[in-house]
Design a protein around this ligand. Sequence first.
Ligand code: G6P
Length: 588
Amino acid sequence: MCGIIGYIGKNHPKEVLVKGLKNLEYRGYDSAGIALKNKEEVQIIKSVGKVVDLETKINNSKLIDSNIGIAHTRWATHGKPTEVNAHPHQVGNVTIVHNGIIENALELREELINEGVKFNSDTDTEVVATLLNKYYDGNPINTIEKVIRIVKGSYALGILFNDKDVLYATRKDSPLIVGIGDDDNFIASDIAAIINYTNKYMLLEEGEIAEIYSNSINIVKDGNEVEKEILITNISSMDNDKCGYDHYMVKEIMEEPVVLEKTFKPYLDNLDLLPDLTKYEEIHIVACGSAMYAGVIGSSLLEEYANTRVYVEVASEYRYKNIIYNNKTLVILISQSGETADTIAAMRMANEKGVDTLAIVNVKTSTIARESSMQVFIEAGPEIAVATTKAYILQVGILSLLAYKTAYDKKLVDIDVVEEARGLPRLLKEVLDRRDDYLKIAKSIYEKEDIFFIGRKIDYAISMEGSLKLKEVSYIHSEAYQAGELKHGTISLINDGYPVFAIITDDKIKDKTISNVEEVKSRGALVIIISNEEIKGYDLEIVVPKINSFLQPILVVPVLQLIAYEVAKLRNCDIDKPKNLAKSVTVE
Ligand code: G6P
């Protein structure tokens, strides 16, 4: 979703801003822009489309001398992705970039129109710029404080005032960091934007205002100076390129064995490092997108083997429901970024009710990591492709270990999953190395427009992620269906050559799913079986190594990830940045 980078220092900001925007591309966006400032003027250049288009425009422009600037990638919320709506927005004395959504923007806009203001864009951001300009009294901090008391909603703001050679920033419910260089400083919506220039940064907290000079930074909240901790990131670089792969998506899938080993290591050495879930009567798993589908796998395992009641809910629904908690409820939040707005809201709701919250999260400094009561970190490293792959596998991995530990502690299972888990990265690598088999399947389906994924129980949970991955990156319409439910309507869509993926790994229910496969086969479907044992008689088949039920999904989902990838490639899609999607969804 939208990205911010800002710079103040001894150099011209152009290079830093363009590089920062490129490093933020992975978040998803549809237009971009920069503002450069010197004592006399502010120069703004914007463009619809990719950052390279903006870069060409910048290279073809005569740039002003400058040592301070802000830049933005915009993922349209208020108003279409046009150049006018792209950021930065300048109103009088003020130029800003903004991430988030101002919820009372319409109301404020009307009031301002009644006062005679004319708006150029459809954005909520121009409303904020107008207010900052209206209340500007020569004291930027006072002005920002005044305006953030008026606006409601979420915002990370980078702000320039014409008469100050200073960079200002503030935030609420949308992340923003302040990067610390040698003779220069930065603001950024995440560390990726500035990683080529510094690894030192501070996290800006809600309501704090940063006043940033080239060689000093003041942080103020409610009129008082705030002491900040300086953090060092261990991410080395975003442009460690694709390591010879065509896309980040496939590179990240291929990294799965290594990051799985790293994530599992401490827990396989000592399972008790994981939280004890036996004390909870009920677990709510709340997340968005693939993280929610990882939760469905976790719930399936916890219910089946650990006799634990689990509800899984998408965060955007959960946060508005009347959730009934008791003192033995645990809420598990799953999030790669730790910044997904709906998941944050769900966590805060549970926190306010005094319920324990456990975050399964990748970014250690994220809001969800910091505000949850317990954390288990996955070690995915940076994930750049918008469609998650390796982070999803690690989320499933942690949930599998949690389910096993809970079942074991409750004396409901006596198998040794830990020993098998040690061999999992090797088996996973074998699965990933069969790229030709996946390409063959991709070639048989890439020209189709509708595809089904069917399965029962945990195989249905796997189907949901397989279907999501395919539609996200290839734009083929696909649906996951409970195999037994197909005949209650959906089977009417099946005709000759209609692809149906059947996921069959659960021994207990295998024969039932095969009966459903027969039903679609007899109506002409092209049946593709993904299983852990040979099942003869269908059009195409992938057999993955059989392993205990806790770990089996980790050997199946990567097959579906790679098929989705190959299909998207055959269809010439923008695989790493699918249209309309954002990596980190920081607005509702
Ligand atoms: C976006 C991404 C998905 C991701 C979801 C949740 O929709 O495109 O890949 O699963 O957000 O993100 P999170 O960072 O909370 O895991």
